[in-house]
Design a protein around this ligand. Structure first.
Ligand SMILES: [Zn+2]
Length: 264
């Protein structure tokens, strides 16, 4: 069995200050270590439960001195299609949820909301639906409490482990790392045992995506692309034939917005 692991940083226990992807972030190193150790715990559990091959997506830099051996590190989620199962570590909730630690959807400064067929989707839903397009179920999510609740809303029977409890966007009650690791390891074992109870997340076609943006200038620019419609001064919509196309559109636009963020 092959497992794909999508690792993010803002839902790791102890990561609360933010700005990690931006230049001059002081907190990066410490949180990257915590993220790497949570991933290691998941890998140990996955191996104990019979996973033979692991592909791990690095969206923030791992601490290479502490990273567990024998995994493939990839930088794009497209390899999900070669795997049987998907798991998330360090997952944060979507933009705009209350009591969610460092919640955002792609660009932290520019995206107010991202909707798919009218429903708000965060990074969790986007990646789970990308996997679902290829028939791969998302079986496990660890992250802050808001992210695990979001996962339960999207994916019936998913196994979740909350490693922190958000009090606000930049404050949380966090589990001690050893405790978080123990729960993650036990959680992924349970998730793999229960994998047949989880169905891939499939989004109905055609797929209409909608960006609610912070700045009208961004909506103006997006609306220059053929097929993009402006709903109001800050909201644009685009209809795709399936979720693969929707994901690719999200990826391209999200990167453009993240660069915009970094500039400002
Ligand atoms: Zn993220």
């Amino acid at each position: 069995m092959k497992l794909f692991v999508e690792v993010d940083l803002e839902g790791v226990s102890g990561a609360v200050y933010g700005g990690y992807g931006l230049p001059k972030s002081k907190e990066g190193g410490r949180s990257e270590l915590l993220m790497t150790l949570e991933l290691n715990a998941l890998v140990e559990g996955a191996r104990a439960a019979g996973i033979s091959k692991l592909q791990v997506c690095e969206s923030h830099p791992f601490n290479k001195n502490c990273l567990i051996g024998g995994i493939d590190v990839v930088h794009e989620i497209e390899k999900i299609q070669d795997c049987d199962l998907l798991a998330f570590v360090g997952r944060h909730a979507r933009a705009g949820l209350e009591k969610s630690v460092l919640s955002h959807t792609g660009s932290g400064r520019s995206v107010i909301d991202f909707r798919v067929n009218g429903k708000s989707f965060g990074e969790l839903g986007i990646v789970a639906a990308y996997a679902g397009h290829f028939g791969v179920p998302a079986i496990f999510v660890s992250g802050d409490r808001a992210a695990t609740e979001e996962a339960e809303d999207f994916i019936p029977n998913v196994t979740t482990v909350a490693v922190s409890e958000g009090l606000g966007n930049h404050s949380a009650i966090c589990l001690a790392p050893q405790k978080a690791h123990k729960l993650i390891k036990a959680g992924i074992i349970r998730a793999i045992q229960n994998r047949r109870k989880v169905k891939p997340l499939v989004v109905k076609k055609p797929v209409t995506i909608e960006y609610e943006l912070k700045y009208p200038a961004q909506a103006d620019r997006f609306a220059l692309v053929p097929g993009v419609t402006k709903k109001n001064d800050r909201t644009v919509t685009y209809t795709c034939k399936n979720f693969l196309e929707a994901y690719r559109t999200y990826l391209a636009t999200s990167l453009a917005l993240i660069w915009w963020d970094a500039k400002g």
